[in-house]
Design a protein around this ligand. Structure first.
Ligand code: AMP
Ligand code: MG
Length: 471
């Protein structure tokens, strides 16, 4: 493992050295071989025992320098000046043959100087959940952190009950967050904000450096990436659930899958997270919340550059930029191969139809595609007739619209009831459902008849109504 440690070379106030706990009897639950190949780490799997020791923190190959990162964050609108990796250890960075740099981070490897009251551990549930959901996100074509490994530690973790401990290895383009900037800005540490910004530019947006106003160019790029990301979430029916600024990544990846969930029945104001009592992070609120989070980044950057007007202008363009990203994604989902006036209203009336009839978001798009040439009574009411006229008005053949729809509308999403089933059975020692889910979700757009049950919406008695934060 040839690791670099560029973040560890930043000043001491940016991080703290940590010593991951040695797991009692580490054993592999999952190893993402495709990702390992991309990272040039696949040969590690030749020794399964050593693999489990490395990715539980028990073994430390040369060059590895585990650190926990300092950050702050606005949580549910309230500023917390001191958060940081309370249960995570950044082992180092790999640089791929293609020259891309990725963080390798253990989640659940024990206490750090930022743990506050927490034990720094994770039980099996959140580890398997993040593994499934982040990999599914990747295969859906949405920017995200990824899961390289899941290891059972053999230790017990104490929550409401005694649970089996586990560690996830998360791969990220970086773990820089809006909250990292806020951490230093809150301390009025101009030098640190400057170093952090230059580090972020160098790592993610090197083209900004040659702009006449690099910090403004950097901010614009972060805003664009967030708008693109949230547009993807909204198009796929994903609810992040805890869009605090400490979970808002500078690279534009989906970060932190605590209470995250994909919607079954469509509802504009859907909330899953048990702690989101006022629906701040409800489905439909995600775009304005992203904009709000980006305003916190702008405030932090004001410490090092006098660009309030530019930042305000960029922020005010967020809604229209977001709308155009979302519109493009939704046009494809509805088979609209060429943009027309009124598409926005058509999309909205589709969503209203889904909402009013409590239809499954994912399956409805696939079913709509089958209606493209239908002559029997519509299944999606007045909308369906309107939509068919609209699709019929295009220069392209209906079959092209159909192909487009089926290439962007998944059959398989990580449904909450399946994730919970996978966790329940894994706790009882059976990884069959967990493994099947990973296989199925690696090809979300393809028919996989042998796995048809994973495409189905939950029965009323299977519906998951709440998800839970953290570990
Ligand atoms: P999150 O819900 O992942 O965004 O976590 C918010 C903050 O709580 C971060 O600083 C985490 O590191 C910290 N945290 C969450 N769970 C634990 C835990 N089990 N032990 C220590 N810190 C934790
Ligand atoms: Mg977090």
């Amino acid at each position: 493992m040839n690791l670099d440690n560029s973040y560890a070379r930043l000043p001491e106030s940016f991080h703290a050295s940590v010593e991951p706990d040695a797991a009692a009897t580490p054993s592999m639950l999952a190893w993402n071989n495709d990702l390992a190949v991309e990272l040039g780490l696949d040969s590690l799997a030749e020794d399964q025992g050593e693999l489990a020791r490395i990715f539980s923190g028990a073994s430390r190959p040369a060059g590895m320098q585990p650190i926990a990162l300092a950050y702050a964050g606005h949580q549910f609108g309230h500023f917390v000046p001191q958060l940081g990796d309370g249960r995570a250890a950044l082992l180092g960075e790999v640089v791929t043959d293609a020259g891309k740099r990725y963080d390798i981070q253990l989640k659940g490897s024990g206490r750090t100087p930022y743990s506050r009251g927490g034990d720094g551990k994770s039980w099996l549930g959140p580890v398997l959940r993040e593994y499934i959901v982040s990999e599914a996100m990747h295969h859906l074509g949405i920017p995200t952190t990824r899961a390289l490994a899941a290891v059972a530690t053999g230790d017990s973790v104490y929550r409401e009950t005694v649970l089996p401990g586990a560690i996830l290895t998360r791969i990220a383009a970086s773990h820089l967050r809006v909250g990292t900037f806020e951490y230093f800005a809150a301390r009025r540490n101009r030098d640190a904000v400057k170093k952090l910004t230059e580090y972020a530019i160098d790592r993610h947006y090197p083209e900004a450096m040659s702009d006449e106003a690099p910090y403004v160019a950097f901010f614009r790029r972060v805003v664009e990436r967030q708008a693109e990301l949230v547009a993807h979430w909204m198009a796929i029916g994903f609810i992040h659930g805890v869009m605090n600024t400490d979970n808002t990544s500078i690279s534009g990846e989906t970060l932190d899958y605590g209470p995250a969930a994909y919607m079954d029945e469509f509802q504009f104001k859907k909330v899953f997270s048990s702690i989101d009592q006022h629906g701040r992070y409800a489905f439909a609120n995600q775009p304005p919340i992203a904009q709000w989070n980006l305003a916190r980044l702008a405030e932090s950057l004001l410490l090092i550059c006098d660009a309030q007007k530019d930042f305000e202008a960029i922020l005010s363009e967020f809604p229209s930029y977001y709308d155009s990203c979302y519109l493009n994604l939704m046009r494809a989902k509805l088979g609209l191969t060429e943009p027309q006036e009124g598409d926005h209203q058509l999309i909205l009336s589709w969503l209203k139809h889904l909402h009013e009839n409590a239809l499954d978001y994912t399956l409805s798009f696939r079913e709509l595609a089958t209606r493209i040439d239908a002559s029997d009574p519509p299944r999606f009411g007045e909308f369906e007739q309107r939509w068919r006229r609209r699709v019929g008005n295009q220069a392209t053949e209906p079959v092209e619209a159909l192909d487009l729809m089926n290439s962007v509308n998944p059959i398989f999403i990580p449904r909450n009831h399946r994730i919970e089933q996978a966790i329940r059975e894994a706790v009882a020692g059976d990884l069959t459902v967990f493994k099947a889910l990973n296989v199925v979700l690696a090809q979300p757009f393809s028919e996989q008849p042998e796995y048809a049950e994973y495409a189905a919406a939950p029965e009323p008695n299977e519906c998951v109504t709440q998800t839970f934060c953290g570990t």
